[in-house]
Write a protein that binds this ligand. Structure first.
Ligand SMILES: Nc1ncnc2c1ncn2[C@@H]1O[C@H](COP(=O)(O)OP(=O)(O)OP(=O)(O)O)[C@@H](O)[C@H]1O
Length: 317
């Protein structure tokens, strides 16, 4: 007897619908460093699609390969195998359409806040008039709340202020995608909270596609639409995505009492702790020394026979 399988109409509709092309696509991406005996495989079989306008957070433990992942997206490193594309074109190097903010601010020490931002604006928008570029720079200095310090050099700024300059400099280049590599992890907890909300506020105005690396689950939930864990390395791969179903605008102070926030925090944290434990158990299992059965031998004295001396009764007189 043959049975006709009738497709579920709702599933069929979903399959037929033309899903929007992801703005960023990673497929079967692998990346390691070194060669021969010193070779280490950092990322293995990374698959990810990032949608236009999405805020995606990648969370993982220290050393799992988060920065390597970001360098691949920024075009600062190339994959050993697999595909990394932006708008269907392979990423072959860094470009102004992908703005990267690092953990360490990398500002030019001899330039002021205004000078650091102007340098990037002048290089990307060369075709603009001088006045237009100046207004653009001032807009971003204001956006990050540094109008009062625009004339200062990096050594005259706090860590939070430097990271604001770094953010303004990248945002002012109007990249299509913002790549944030643990931008707040060098800051104290209070400054970090303030800047989290500022990044979120700026993002809510611009709605740029954004990929942020962080080791802070709360931070990831606060800012992201989707959270993807990076499993511990070596051979780190991405875990299952967690969707953040919290209304925007979000405020950190209001989230603590939100049941979805608390449930998600537990789910992501438990996942990360479980995969780390598994990875440790696997490593420990690999390094177990095999038990060696020793033969049942009787110990024998290795002491030399006593030497005969002149007074010894063994010496004949
Ligand atoms: N250029 C390189 N050459 C050799 N090994 C590297 C290089 N860059 C990173 N690694 C190694 O790759 C692994 C992952 O490093 P990566 O910086 O990507 O991790 P991470 O998750 O960003 O760490 P952290 O959170 O501590 O900054 C580490 O073992 C590191 O030593």
């Amino acid at each position: 007897m043959s049975v006709a399988i009738r497709p579920n109409p709702s599933i069929q509709t979903r399959v037929q619908a033309n899903p929007p092309q992801p703005v960023l696509r990673m497929q079967s991406v692998c990346k390691g460093y070194g060669a021969g005996a010193t070779r280490s495989e950092v990322l293995t079989n990374i698959n990810l699609n990032v949608r236009e306008g999405e805020f995606l957070a990648v969370v993982g433990f220290s050393g799992s390969g988060k920065s390597t992942f970001m360098k691949l997206l920024a075009g600062l490193e190339s994959a050993d195998s697999g595909v990394i594309e932006m708008d269907g074109t392979p990423i072959a190097g860094p470009g102004p359409e992908r703005g990267l903010v690092f953990q360490n601010y990398s500002l030019l020490p001899w330039l002021t806040v205004r000078g650091n931002i102007s340098l990037s604006v002048d290089s990307v928008f060369r075709h603009w008039g001088k006045g237009e570029r100046r207004d653009h720079v001032e807009k971003f200095i204001e956006m990050v709340g540094l109008a009062h310090a625009a004339h200062r050099r990096p050594h005259e700024l706090s860590g939070g202020m430097r990271q604001r300059v770094s953010l303004a400099r990248t945002l002012a280049m109007k990249p299509k995608i913002l790549l944030l590599d643990e931008p707040l992890s060098a800051l104290d907890a209070l400054t970090r909270c303030v800047l989290q909300e500022e990044i979120l506020k700026i993002w809510e105005e611009e709605r740029q596609t954004c990929v942020m690396i962080t080791n802070d689950v709360d931070e990831a939930i606060l800012v992201a639409d989707r959270i993807v864990p990076l499993n511990p390395g070596p051979n780190a791969s991405l875990g299952p995505a967690f969707t953040v179903e919290l209304d925007r605008p979000r405020r950190a102070t209001e989230l603590n009492s939100n049941p979805h926030f608390r449930g998600l925090r537990n789910a992501v944290t438990n996942y990360l702790v479980a995969v780390r434990q598994k990875s440790r158990d696997d490593e420990a299992a690999k390094s177990v020394v095999p038990k060696i059965e020793l033969p049942n031998l009787q110990p024998r004295s290795l002491a030399l026979p006593r030497k005969a001396t002149m007074n010894s009764p063994l010496v004949s007189k």
